[in-house]
Design a protein around this ligand. Structure first.
Ligand code: GUN
Length: 292
């Protein structure tokens, strides 16, 4: 079997086309959707991700504001900026790029963002909603994976899903979302003994471990759907996922490439969440032109 390659770039293009229509409608109604992106320090990977997010916003007509802070900025200053953005009616989404320098508490930062503008879906309120099965803003990467599966007509109900990686950003919310859709979910992580005994059972394998080459063909069931969330920069500058793509492609039924799989969908779902937020504001009559 040779797997069908799920083209995340192509799906992102389609969804961004829909986003443009939604953004145009909002603008015509007097509510220009706006996203504020905060980045602290000069981590090169964070800069690349943030620039991609800002570029994607511009493409669809979402007004983005990039706020850059030096690595030694005080926690207080970042929190004060977030509080100001919380009450700014031109801002419908606030995103603080992670990781943050050690002296800044991620928890404090995420809990300071108004849960109504938390388009990353990382606020305690949004995480709690996800646990209860009625997500306010689904976290962007798992949301993107969900869209990729839907686009191929892959029904997760009753399927054995194994999620490799238990991060707050990807693994945990991914597992919750799939469980909500009635999949049987197992989460594996760095301390899992004999990872292969779990992965081999997966009808759908989602890998978000940040370890290049972690998943080799012997660990994959024939005909499985393999979603690679990993983004690893190799010494030669190339970007690879966590899955041995060439090997596993010969065994799986579907596989996502890296780059060009999950990555473009993560950025796209951030825009979807920002538009959703702006639409809620407009519906409630709280948009900027009704305030002025
Ligand atoms: N760092 C890595 N992924 C993400 C993400 O999805 N959102 C934010 N804010 N930071 C990240």
């Amino acid at each position: 079997m040779v797997a069908k390659i799920i083209d995340g770039k192509a799906l992102a293009r389609v969804v961004r086309g829909e986003c443009k229509i939604r953004a145009d409608k909002l603008i015509a109604a007097g509510c220009h959707p706006g996203l504020a992106v905060l980045v602290v320090g000069s981590d090169p990977a964070s800069r690349v991700y943030v620039n991609n997010k800002v570029r994607a916003c511009t493409e669809v007509g979402v007004e983005s504001t990039l706020l850059e802070f030096p690595a030694d900025v005080s926690e207080e200053e970042v929190l004060m900026k977030i509080k100001a953005l919380n009450t700014d009616p031109a801002v419908h989404g606030i995103l603080v790029q992670l990781p943050l320098p050690e002296h800044i508490s991620v928890r404090k930062v995420l809990e300071t963002i108004s849960h109504e503008k938390d388009v990353d879906g990382f606020h305690l309120y949004n995480v709690g909603s996800l646990v209860l099965g009625n997500s306010v803003f689904p976290p962007c990467t798992p949301y993107g994976v969900q869209k990729l599966l839907e686009s191929e007509g892959i029904d997760v109900r009753g399927q054995n899903v194994v999620v490799v990686g238990a991060s707050n950003i990807v693994g945990k919310p991914m597992a919750l979302m799939l469980m909500q859709q009635e999949a049987t979910v197992a989460i594996c992580h760095a301390r899992t003994r004999d990872l292969a005994q779990f992965t081999i059972l997966a009808d759908i394998l989602v890998v978000a471990a940040g370890k290049p080459g972690l998943i080799v063909p012997q660990m994959v069931k024939a005909g499985a759907v393999v979603i690679d969330v990993g983004i690893n920069r190799m010494p030669d500058g190339s970007i690879v996922g966590d899955v041995d793509f060439e090997g596993v492609k010969k065994k799986a039924s579907y596989i996502t490439p890296v780059p060009g799989g999950v990555g473009p969908m993560t950025v796209t779902m951030l825009i979807v969440n920002t538009l959703e937020s702006a639409e809620r504001v407009l519906e409630a009559g709280r948009h900027i032109s009704s305030i002025n």
